[in-house]
Design a protein around this ligand. Structure first.
Ligand SMILES: CC(C)(COP(=O)(O)OP(=O)(O)OC[C@H]1O[C@@H](n2cnc3c(N)ncnc32)[C@H](O)[C@@H]1OP(=O)(O)O)[C@@H](O)C(=O)NCCC(=O)NCCS
Length: 144
């Protein structure tokens, strides 16, 4: 993370800076740092137990720049190792695709490395159609 170099990631100051950066990144009316497009960041949560547990995150990019069109795609996500293989990534991706449609994306690019079968299956479960593989990155499109 580019925030507060040297600051431990568990401090209140770091978390506040992270949330502020996420909020700024979600505001399409604001200029973005070089190389960044406006994007929404979501926590993926699990409500199955007594409370609400954050189990991962997902980022929905509003547009594609050249690099995202090549390898990054519209949507990125990660689930904590201790909470994998419970359907969280598939659920989060499907929810994000609904949101993508709401903000006017009619065709979402979602990518994963060729050696990441978990992510490939997640994308395929959400309707991804493989277009090609570039530099070891599988590029899927999902019609919305
Ligand atoms: C990829 C990742 C997000 C999947 O999260 P998850 O919550 O475990 O995924 P789900 O439980 O929704 O499972 C999705 C599919 O992947 C399969 N899968 C999950 N882990 C797998 C593994 N290690 N090997 C093979 N398949 C796997 C599941 O069986 C499921 O397929 P199915 O519907 O055909 O049964 C998670 O492994 C992760 O965070 N990896 C590190 C970060 C990453 O790679 N992010 C994606 C970048 S493109």
């Amino acid at each position: 993370m580019w925030l507060l170099a040297g600051e431990p990631k568990t401090t209140r100051a770091y978390c506040a800076a992270l949330v502020a950066a996420i909020e700024a990144n979600a505001d399409a009316s604001r200029p973005q740092p070089s190389g960044l497009v406006p994007a929404d960041t979501y926590w993926v949560t699990d409500h199955a137990g007594d409370g609400c547990v954050v189990v991962g995150f997902l980022q929905l990019r509003h547009t594609l720049n050249a690099r995202l069109r090549e390898i990054g795609g519209h949507i990125g996500y990660s689930i904590a190792p201790s909470h994998r293989r419970r359907g969280h990534a598939t659920r989060a991706l499907v929810l994000a695709l609904g949101r993508a449609r709401e903000i006017g994306i009619d065709r979402a690019l979602v990518t994963c490395h060729d050696d990441n079968p978990a992510s490939a299956r997640t994308i395929e479960a959400a309707g991804g159609v493989l277009e090609d593989t570039r530099a070891g990155v599988r590029r899927y499109w999902i019609e919305l």
